[in-house]
Design a protein around this ligand. Structure first.
Ligand SMILES: [Zn+2]
Length: 401
């Protein structure tokens, strides 16, 4: 399993229908007035067709897309460059300034839309369905955004997040949490070029390669179901293993989350991620924390200054040879690496200049515990019971708003 470790969240109002309407109204007007709006015709807004925009690549200077059949458009104008091109491979490169170049075709545009005519679109050995938007990124890089139906995205996601061989009720709970999370972020990021990242910052998605029958069954049998609080889809964060007690949302993100309260979890004890150890010497620790914090120095002492009620570290002090600094537990973990310092629920000892961290769980620990869900399903609980045990005061139902 690839562990899920979520850490980024901008300010997040409730899912806002207004944004959706603001984007649809001009399109409808253009339609009735006969005004050309090719982009809208090729690719209606994600919301209109219940699509999701998944950022699959960034920080790259070029990307090669291959397919047995595809169409190519200018992303902004909608102008068609070619249709139903067979067995082709296209190399897109970032140009200086705000454009993208298609080598071999001597085409240049502010962005390209690659559309499948059926066969998958292949990038770096992974296959994607429907559409790819290839646009300049903000750092002289390229971004590749896959646009596909939300429900198909969920089918592909399951085996990147958990295993479809887990009990069906755990898979269904995961599907509903992921659907709700995607829906929430889509409303939250309506003005952004993408809805969800395909990495651990949001939900792990690597294309269609791991879709299977059990994942599809879980998606179809829960179609449209979401986790609702007072009728609204919630910010349904989750992590791999909570280590026996989940964390309250308020310690991870600014905001009020009545449904993200700390709760005991007695079902993830068998997880391979329940216990972990990590050691690092003072020199490497200083280096990991960054030169701006400890330039050319060595860490001599690390002290835990504050913990949350669930025992996760909120603040530490770091004493080096020439400075003492304070850092939050979240930043400390981010700088050391989410795969190394697997949670902020740790104790530490120091011996001969080496720091040993011993901890519980993997991930931020807020909300749904993936390994706990597996344990609950194995104990005979259904997906609604599982979800309600991790999110307080919620209902599972179709979104009516
Ligand atoms: Zn747990």
């Amino acid at each position: 399993m690839i562990a899920l470790l979520k850490f980024s969240l901008p300010a997040f109002p409730r899912v806002n229908r207004k944004n959706r309407d603001q984007r649809l109204i001009p399109r409808i007007l253009c339609f009735f007035l006969g005004i050309a709006l090719p982009w809208a015709i090729i690719a209606p807004s994600a919301e209109a067709r219940d699509l999701i925009r998944v950022l699959i690549l960034r920080d790259i200077s070029s990307v090669k897309v291959a397919s047995e059949g595809l169409n190519l458009y200018d992303l902004k104008s909608g102008k068609s460059f070619f249709k139903n091109r067979k067995n082709t491979s296209l190399l897109f490169e970032r140009e200086p300034g705000g454009r993208v170049r298609l080598r071999g075709q001597t085409l240049s545009a502010p962005g390209f839309l690659v559309e499948s005519v059926g066969p998958p679109l292949l990038i770096n050995g992974r296959s994607y369905r429907d559409q790819l938007r290839i646009t300049p990124g903000p750092n002289q890089d390229l971004w590749v955004i896959n646009v596909l139906p939300l429900e198909e995205y969920l089918v592909g996601l399951i085996n990147f997040e958990i295993s479809s061989q887990w009990p069906m009720e755990a898979i269904k709970a995961q599907v509903i949490a992921a659907r709700t999370y995607a829906f929430f972020q889509r409303g939250n990021r309506a003005a952004e070029p993408y809805d969800v990242d395909s990495g651990v910052n949001d939900q792990v998605y690597g294309g269609t390669g791991k879709e299977d029958v059990r994942s599809r069954r879980a998606v179809e049998e829960t179609r449209g179901e979401m986790i609702l609080h007072q009728g609204n889809p919630i910010f349904s964060v989750y992590s791999a293993c909570c280590g026996g007690k989940t964390e309250s949302g308020e310690y991870m993100w600014d905001g009020v989350f009545p449904y993200l309260q700390s709760t005991d979890c007695a079902y993830c004890l068998d997880s391979p991620h329940f216990l972990w150890n990590y050691s690092i010497d003072g020199e490497h620790l200083a280096s990991a924390l960054g030169n701006s914090m400890f330039s050319g120095s060595r860490v001599l002492r690390v002290e835990i200054e504050e913990r949350s009620p669930s025992r996760r570290v909120l603040r530490l002090s770091i004493q080096s040879e020439n400075a003492r600094r304070f850092i939050t537990g979240k930043d400390f973990r981010r700088l050391l690496g989410y795969d190394r310092l697997r949670s902020t629920n740790f104790i530490l000892t120091e011996k001969e200049g080496v720091f040993l961290f011993s901890g519980l769980g993997w991930g931020h620990g807020v909300g749904f515990c993936q390994w706990g869900a597996k344990g609950m399903a194995e104990a005979g609980m259904d997906h609604r019971t599982i979800l309600k045990s991790y999110y307080q005061g919620v209902e599972i139902g179709k979104n009516q708003r």
